[in-house]
Design a binder for this molecule. Structure first.
Ligand SMILES: NC(=O)c1ccc[n+]([C@@H]2O[C@H](COP(=O)([O-])OP(=O)(O)OC[C@H]3O[C@@H](n4cnc5c(N)ncnc54)[C@H](OP(=O)(O)O)[C@@H]3O)[C@@H](O)[C@H]2O)c1
Length: 299
């Protein structure tokens, strides 16, 4: 199936590449990338998943997020297949399990990820969530990997404000480049004090599950009359408005996962949607920023 012609592809790519976030080391990245959770689980889906990621890359979605956890390495293998011969055009992110984040295991875990991905370096390596290994030890491991050229930079995932404070107080903790956390219109807990903390440090967030994945929160985004009204005005779909909202501030890189071609196109096109102040105010009224600290939303 090929839903778009070359001209349309170029237009979408232009929209994506115009909208960037900048990491603390100055690297600029298009603010919509691709997630890969659940890819690599079903061998029958392999070809479709590889093609999906390749279409996303062709449309300018340069960042691909995976993890050693996903399909027990299967997702990294799919990504490896998709980026073969195109490594330079992609920004590869993978994540280490907390139990592999100690000095005795992190190099091995990273090397295994590299092998599955068919590459000799990661652009970004994240600690998937905090476990029992000390931050000091994990950071040391990340810095060794960096020095050895196996990763270009590192970051964290599922870190709340207190974790970030602790990270900052740890030697080399301020070399962290990003915090990947759950974020969408229906889950705004991080807007209370984590987003302001990160903004102060000029560190972007990477928004996972930016389309609320599925289930009742997704239904809420799909059926909310305000989102629907704004979507109609922009002549787009409600979920595109939700995605566009996550990247409204130039400090957030969203990584929706999509295998269906129409989903990939819709997500890529969302980068070009310009929400007006009036749209943002209306959304703020129905999905307000929290007025107190909420537990970090995690899946
Ligand atoms: N750090 C962490 O702890 C963590 C946790 C969760 C996720 N993540 C990362 O974040 C990525 C994204 O999150 P997610 O996979 O949980 O959820 P998501 O991106 O919010 O939602 C993915 C689901 O939405 C569908 N979809 C995608 N685009 C759509 C569109 N435009 N319209 C309608 N449906 C659409 C996909 O279907 P199809 O695939 O069939 O197209 C898939 O079922 C993950 O894949 C993973 O890389 C990280």
């Amino acid at each position: 199936m090929n839903l778009i012609d070359g001209k349309k592809r170029r237009e979408i790519k232009y929209g994506i590449e115009k909208r960037v976030v900048t990491l603390p080391d100055g690297t600029s990245l298009p603010s919509i990338g691709q997630g890969t959770w659940h890819m690599g689980e079903d061998p029958k889906m392999k070809e479709k998943e590889v093609k999906a990621l390749q279409l996303g890359m062709e449309l300018g979605m340069k960042v691909i997020d995976t993890a050693e956890m996903y399909a027990d390495g299967g997702s990294e293998r799919i990504v490896g297949e998709a980026v073969k011969g195109r490594r330079e055009n992609v920004f590869l992110v993978s994540k280490v399990y907390p139990h592999n984040a100690g000095l005795d295991r992190i190099v091995k875990a990273c090397e295994k990820s590299l092998k599955r991905l068919g590459t000799d370096y990661l652009d970004l390596y994240l600690l998937h969530w905090r476990g029992s290994v000390s931050l000091e030890e994990t950071i040391e491991g990340m810095e060794i990997l960096k020095k050895d050229g196996k990763i270009k930079r590192w970051g964290v995932s599922n870190f709340d404000t207190e974790d970030m404070n602790e990270l900052w107080d740890t030697k080399n903790g301020n070399n962290c480049m990003i915090n990947q956390v759950l974020y969408h219109l229906g889950s705004r807990g991080i807007d209370y004090n984590l987003v302001p903390w990160l903004e102060e440090k000029n560190m972007p967030i990477m928004a996972y599950s930016p389309l609320a994945q599925g289930g009742s929160l997704r239904r809420q985004l799909l059926t909310n009359p305000v989102i629907q009204e704004i979507a109609e005005k922009h002549n787009v779909q409600p979920l595109q408005i939700a995605l566009s909202w996550t990247i409204r501030s130039n400090n957030c890189l969203a990584i929706p996962k999509a295998v269906q071609e129409e989903h990939i196109l819709a997500n890529a096109e969302a980068a070009a949607i310009e929400l007006t102040n009036d749209d943002l105010n209306k959304l703020e009224k129905v999905f307000p920023k929290p007025t107190r600290k909420m537990p970090l939303d995690i899946i």
